[in-house]
Ligand binder design. Structure first.
Ligand code: FES
Length: 262
């Protein structure tokens, strides 16, 4: 089991704020909020982003790469695209000094009375204290980002309805998560109106899993292309709205199954 190691002086860490330090040859981030200090790996479980460079807001740190948020008290992933907790380490402060004990496979198990699993979208408020231990080793076995090509558009005959537009949008897959945007709960409103020459204009209000979602342009282009496959389509307008913001509870059970979230 690793020992506590002096990691920083408390007055080196702004409150609120964070400080990147090295402990036992590992980069970890110390967070200081309301006089409490917490410690997480400097690793976003989505794709390895540096959490120490993220924006701290209350008890949440946003990954600077794609915007996933983690609870600094538990390491739990709070928002997409991260679904796995990042590892939390034990912290204590004495005489103005901050000590960290790195948690690995060994002591995460033996210290079970102080630990809990920081699950994906975990309830951060449960028995979470900055000076307590936690597991939550971040094994990343999910697919990494990649481009999902869509097929060449082919006309789909029939009267344009909201249901048929929604069905087309089920073919649009988030390249980060490999789940279609309807099951992810990204599609908010579909509007139909009369267009020129008897055609039907379509507007779609949809959101992203985070404001900084890098897949946004691709999802918009794919959505427009898929809707354009319907016979009798006029103008297609895709509007990105961030209010209300997307939350994981908008996902269908199918999406949860695909992502391994229970
Ligand atoms: S690497 Fe952190 S959200 Fe993608």
């Amino acid at each position: 089991m690793s020992e506590f190691v002096m990691a920083a002086r408390l007055d080196e860490i702004p409150d609120p704020g964070q400080l990147l330090v090295e402990v036992d040859d590992q980069l970890v981030v110390l967070f200081h909020v309301d006089g409490q200090v917490y410690c997480l790996d400097d690793v976003c479980t989505h794709d390895g982003g540096p959490l120490g460079e993220g924006v701290l807001s209350d008890h949440a740190i946003s990954c600077p790469r794609h915007g996933a948020k983690f609870d600094i008290r538990s390491g739990a992933a709070l928002t997409m695209p991260a679904t796995e907790a990042t590892r939390r380490h034990q912290v204590k402060t004495e005489d103005g000094l901050v000590y960290v004990r790195i948690f690995g496979e060994d002591n995460a198990v033996t210290d079970a009375n102080e630990s809990h699993e920081a699950s994906a979208f975990g309830t951060a408020g449960e028995s979470l204290r900055g000076d307590s231990a936690a597991t939550g080793n971040a094994e990343i076995d999910r697919p990494r980002s990649s481009i999902v090509p869509i097929e060449e558009p082919a006309a789909v005959a029939g009267v344009v309805t909201e249901d048929r537009v929604m069905d087309q949008l089920r073919n649009v897959v988030d390249p980060e998560l490999f789940v279609n945007i309807v099951d992810l709960g990204l599609v908010y409103v579909i509007g139909l109106s009369d267009g020129d020459e008897g055609k039907t204009n379509v507007t779609v209000d949809m959101t992203m899993t985070s404001p900084a979602c890098p897949a946004g342009p691709q999802l918009i282009a794919d959505s427009r292309s898929r809707i354009g496959q319907l016979d009798g389509i006029g103008n297609v307008e895709i509007r990105i709205v961030m209010d209300p913001p997307w939350t994981p509870d908008r996902m269908t059970d199918e999406a949860r199954d695909q992502l391994g979230i229970f």
